[in-house]
Structure formats: structure tokens, C-alpha cells
Design a binder for this molecule. Sequence first.
Ligand code: MG
Length: 357
Amino acid sequence: MDSLFTPISHVGEFGLIDRMKAVLGSGTGNAALIASIGDDAAVYRVDDDTAHVITTDALVEGVHFDRSFMPWPHLGAKAISVNVSDVAAMNAVARYAVVSIGLPRNMSVEMVESLYVGMRDACARYGIDLVGGDTTASPQVVLSVTVVGEVELSRLVFRRGARPGDLVCVTGDVGGAYAGLQALLEQRRSIQEMGDSYTPDLDPYRYVIKRQLTPEARVDVIADWAKRGVRPRALVDVSDGVASEVHHLCRASGCGARIRGAALPIDPETRFVADEQMQDVDTYALFGGEDYELLFALDPGDEHLLDPTTFTVIGAFTEASEGVTLVTPEGPIVPLQPSGFVHFTDPGADQEEDPDA
Ligand SMILES: [Mg+2]
């Protein structure tokens, strides 16, 4: 293409980040900086034993949430949780948050207050303080949160660090948040089609809707690892889907991985929704995203040190030359593409391969 301007959809989210990195270059060469763009959070040393981590994430109306089924307190809580999750993905503990909000003129003060009730309650659960921010007018609701956390240098874990032979592990269950979104969309379709004659029944979907609307960062797991003195070799949170995050760990670590589809931890309610939608539940689990569980590389010798109820082994890291593959539940081994939820691509277009992977 001859055009001087490249549509963002042509490079995708990860291509765009590469272009940003190229513009920024290497910065000032500050010796205290331990990790910058390319991990879940940036890390800088504050003294001989301690580092701080800093991360930011925005939720935008029409992109990340739909006002018609996202209650304001839930949205506030989710904005905090997704950032705390990125701090947890460095094996760090969140401490402070600041928030910038863009508010359309049709919002009431009471709506903004309920958004803040959600943020306040989430901060209380995570033991963090919301200490400032900015407000501006905006055509849609935009909620941008920055969280700072703390970690002992010896406890830090990056996306790099996985070795061939390490176990690929994930906490909790996956695919539920995507199933919750499908359940909510289905209820909305029914309301649109049948109008007042339709009474929504959300009871069979309680768990998956909770996974979509109020995900919880796995700070409990981080605390448990610290208590047991276990440190994974590589770590990422599952925001974009298991497949995408496995690719992130592999790329950063210079490894491949073989994932066993049959091992993916999937809640029965997630299976129920996938069956109802006549869709493949493994697709939900691999590409659904927004589960905010932790995906990590574990030294096989450390497996017995962890609480087996908190995680599932879903595969093993391999040599890079083997690539990232999936042993399908039916048996055949196929390449596992990273294509989770990709921002900036044309809606309806084929999802492009994550060039980060
Ligand atoms: Mg992350």
C-alpha cells in the first residue's frame, strides 16, 4: 500500500505497541529501571531489597463494557481489579491507585457516586488506597486506572524465565468470563425480540455472569505462594485468553509449549453456556479472555509445594523449535494460534496473528 498512513487495524494492538516502543527508544538509561514496556507492569528498584511496579489499564464504553448490562459499581470494581491483576502478574502486592475518568454529559452525580462505591469496595478488598486522579468530559465513559505495587526483589517474576520441561499452570478456571458475556448478550437478544413478554432468567448463569462483570484479581494466590516460599519461573495474568498468554510467556522466555486441551479447567456452567450456544467450550477457554486468572511456569520439582486445589497443570514448556501446540481433546496435535481477543482489528475480520508471539 502506497498510503503515508497505516490504519491501526493493519498492525493490530501488538504491532502498534512495537511502533510505540520504536518511537520511545531506550529512554534515559535509568539504572533503577528493571522492566519496562513488554511485561504486565513496569518495575523499578527503590532500595537494595524492594522494587515498585506500576501499571495502567483503561475501560472504554462500547469497547470494554456495555452500559445496559454493566452496573456502575461493578464497572468501578472491575477497573480496579484488572490493574491489581497486572500487579499480581509480577508477583507483587498492589498499594495505591489513581483514576482518570471521562464522563458524558448525560451521566448523573449519583451514577458517578455508584462507580466510586464500586472502586472503594474493591480497593478495600485488595487493601489499597485510591489517592487521586482527574475528571474530564468525554463522549463515552472512560475509566483509566493506574496502580502502584510493591515487591521484594527476590520475589519478582517476569514473563521471561520459563524453561523447557517446566509445567504450564493456570489458577482457577477459564472461559467463564466469555460465557458470561454470551449469556448476557443472549438475554438481551431475547428482550429485544420478545419485549415485555420476556422475563430474564439469569439464575443458570450466575457464576459466569459474575466472572464477566466482577472478576477478582488472584491476590490470594500471590499471598499463598509467598507464605509457602514458592516462586513460579514466569508469570502473566489471563486478560486476553489462555492461548494468547501462553504465547506471551513463550516469546518472552524463548520456549515453545504443548497445551493439553483436555486438561483446561472449565466450570460446568461455562460448558452449559457453550452447549446452549452450540459452540466449542475449548474455544471459550483458550481464546475467551478476561478471566484474570494467573498463568505460570512452574519447576516440576516445586509442584508438590503448592496447594493442588488452587491451580491446574495444562501442559509443559518445550524447546522453542517445537512451537506452541495444542493436544486436542480428540487426540491430534495442532498449532495453537494466539488469537484471543485482539483490539483494533476490523470487527468481523479474521483475527490476525499476534506478532508479539
Ligand atoms: Mg496482564
